[in-house]
Design a protein around this ligand. Structure first.
Ligand code: 2P0
Length: 321
């Protein structure tokens, strides 16, 4: 038997940045995301005599393979199963060469394919907890549309829940890639450093408040309010990193923040976001996407690659004999 899973990445509108427990990946605050239709990972997994990992058609033996098999042994313990070996073949439909992270879709797909192959009956809640152990943001990719990841005080309490899997909000994300760069500070290290910021307590409180406000904005179908909350939260995350002595932002990322403001001043809804890298994302309505893409290409004199996404589905898994 071979099992397959397909999981989409997500963009955090309220960011996960800080852990209470590094090993269990218990976040310091809740986060809220939009699962994206355009970027995903497809993973094939089967029991095997030896561990083998193929990524995008290439056999991996280094750090990437180590992380996969260490995660699979975590899953075996989590589900109280005996040691086993696996053949894993993953394909990332995420433009990694443009600097996009794929850990959310990758670990969610791995957890779902594992559960199928081991014939486990798992609820989506359990699958979210299991995905979280691979990478925090993967907990959210279990569900489609708008998703909330609760902070929780212990492992069994920290999982994602769907807010609106099929929202009628015409929200789109325009990713602006300024090219891949070697990340100076990994997310794990960045989160660790940020905990020593004098503003960390405020950041936690702001995230809790932002999640509540964002949920209300989604309920009210208010793109403008959701955009404002997301941009403010992204700015606060980057202010937090700077207050801890490092930054992911480049002059291009900051130019994109100004551009969103300029576009808003012309009466078009456009809001900025940026993760643990310098590439920026602009949130807009579907109908404004073409206009905003043209403005971005002009602002960066063509030195930008644009990728569009809108709301996508939750994880899917199946088996074949
Ligand atoms: C997020 N990021 O909420 C935030 C915003 C980056 C910036 O989740 O350490 O790869 O594996 O739990 O999930 C990136 O961190 O971190 C991330 P780990 P992950 O999407």
């Amino acid at each position: 038997m071979t099992s397959f899973a397909l999981a989409h990445t997500n963009l955090a509108l309220v960011k996960y940045w800080g852990k209470e427990d590094e090993k269990l990946r218990l976040p310091s605050a809740p986060s809220l995301s939009l699962t994206l239709d355009a970027f995903y990972t497809k993973t094939k997994l089967s029991l095997s005599k030896e561990d083998r990992f193929v990524l995008d058609g290439k056999e991996e033996k280094g750090k990437e393979a180590q992380r996969v098999f260490s995660y699979l042994s975590t899953l075996l313990s989590f589900f109280a199963l005996p040691p086993s070996h696996f053949f894993v073949d993953s394909q990332n439909f995420v433009p990694k060469s443009a600097g996009f992270a794929s850990s959310a879709s990758a670990f969610c797909a791995l957890a779902a394919a594992f559960a199928k192959e081991m014939k486990l009956t798992v609820s989506k809640r359990e699958l979210s907890i299991a995905s979280r152990l691979g990478s925090g943001s993967a907990a959210r990719s279990v569900f489609g549309g708008f998703v909330l990841w609760k902070e929780g005080r212990e492992s069994g309490e920290s999982f994602a829940v769907p807010i609106e899997e099929k929202s009628s909000m015409p929200i789109c994300i325009l990713y602006l890639s300024f090219g891949a760069e070697k990340k100076k500070v990994s997310s794990t290290e960045g989160m660790r450093l940020s905990k020593s910021s004098p503003f960390f307590t405020s950041w936690r409180q702001e995230c809790r408040k932002a999640c509540k406000e964002a949920q209300k904005a989604i309920e009210d179908n208010s793109f403008e309010r959701l955009g404002q909350i997301s941009e403010k939260n992204a700015c606060q995350m980057h202010a937090l990193t700077l207050s801890s002595g490092f930054s992911y932002l480049s002059p291009h990322s900051l130019r994109a923040l100004d551009l969103a403001k300029e576009i808003r001043e012309e009466g078009v809804g456009c809001y900025w976001s940026c993760d643990a890298g310098s590439n920026a994302a602009l949130l807009c309505r579907k109908e404004d996407l073409n206009f905003i893409q043209k403005r971005a290409e002009k602002a960066f004199s063509g030195a930008v690659s644009c990728f569009c996404a809108s709301a996508g589905p939750g994880v899917e898994a199946w088996s074949e004999d």
